[in-house]
Design a protein. Sequence first.
Length: 546
Amino acid sequence: MADTKYIFVTGGVSSSLGKGIIAASLAKLLQARGYRVTIQKLDPYINVDPGTLNPYEHGECYVTDDGAETDLDLGHYERFLNVKTSQANNVTTGRIYQSVIEKERRGEFLGKTVQVVPHITNEIKERIQILGNSGDYDIVLTEIGGTVGDIESLPYIEAVRQLKWELGDDNALVIHLTLIPFLSAAGELKTKPTQHSVKTLMESGIKADILVCRTEHDLNVDLREKLALFCNVRKEAVIQSIDASTIYDVPNLMLEEGLDTITLQKLKLPDDTEPVLTRWNEFLRRHKNPKAEVRIGLIGKYVELQDSYKSILEAFIHAGAENEVRVKVEPIHSEFISQKVIDTKVSKMDALLVAPGFGERGIEGKIRAVQYAREHKIPFLGICLGMQMAVIEYARNVVKLDKANSTEMQADTEIPVIDLMEEQKDITHKGGTMRLGSWDCELAPDSIVSRVYGTNQISERHRHRYEFNNAYKQQLEEAGMRITGTNPKTNLAEIIELPDHPWFVGVQYHPEYKSTVASPHPLFVAFVAAAVKYSQSGSSDNMAPQ
Ligand code: GLN
């Protein structure tokens, strides 16, 4: 057990400082030195997982291969490390309590009073060590959600204190991320909030080993020395994290600051290797030197909140770099797609993506955008709900089934071209009951997708309850729509294409979850390439199908 080293990342002063990015960046540097690394997020809220949370509350819900609905930070971990995460990588207070209460009901505590310490803290410690004990990793980074001093975080901080004490200082390390605000009136960076937050951590019995300081201005030597002295860390352990133009710069910034070196020294691990970041830096070079720009309309109902479509936005960054173009994503609110919005915005795009989503709000706007893409031969990608809307649009406007709808939007629709999956019909619990995680899909030969993937067997991640209704398959196919991807076991339609359109693809799954820096998703890469072609020709009529 002591072979695995543990790094805990806590946050102070303010939320949204980017603990996930710091954790992912450090993990990247350690991985680039040859260590096997994984990252875990502990979330102090009482929801069992974020699956039931509104995107306005929590941003995107990220889905892992094994079907866990998780925090969007896990997306950053996968995108940075190119290593799969799983259910074990995201733990919430809800899940901890659920498990402890189930154990209590089974009589596992042998009549003892069940308490926060030791029962809840033991459960937290177990969850942290599951990854370490797997033998798959040399180093496990655990990010503690929330801000030090929050009531909700206390059991986690206590669990970290105990673990650090049990494992010893050579095997466990605490990195505390704080904010150094700049007071423009005084023209000064202020260390006091950081001092207070380190003190709060101390009150819980934890001494921070490394301070990572978010700042808008460079920290000079005096300030670093002051922070070191007052916060009880070595001077080299005061790491500046200055605002970056892209999150993908953060690993290199942390490398310059020596975060990986000081981490390895403290964990008594060899630090004489150089991180190999060739692929990463090649991606950065392409990302920062685009040869052209394409504008892609992102049609969704949560577009005002960037975090709602995090993985889609990041997948465009990866695919843009791969194509050496800048992808300018233009958010278009699906609830307000009027003729004016079509004329002034939708029609100006080089490609249109209709986003995933739930419920009725904004769907007519999505359908209108699909229609525009189809009729004007603009490259189109529909994801999950976006694919379902493409089916409804085709049924209504091409097959002339005017009343076609999804039973999600209209339970008693006469023409349910999208319907609740059979296995969903008796489900009443909302949490964790969708069709989740990786499912196989077989691709039709001579389709866009089989060319794009370069294989006929794929596996992609899902999160849905409704599906293409095969009762309408023949009618839709006779009218020209092609089902080019199906689940081999259930025959569920996974992908639709329109052969008389240069690039029109709808997918029931979420390709965005699997796009990483080292492995940009082929569907996004091809979609961006189609947008490039469209922008160059002025219309996709001249585009040779790829
Ligand atoms: N609401 C749709 C369903 O449940 C689509 C879900 C999604 O876009 N993730 O099937």
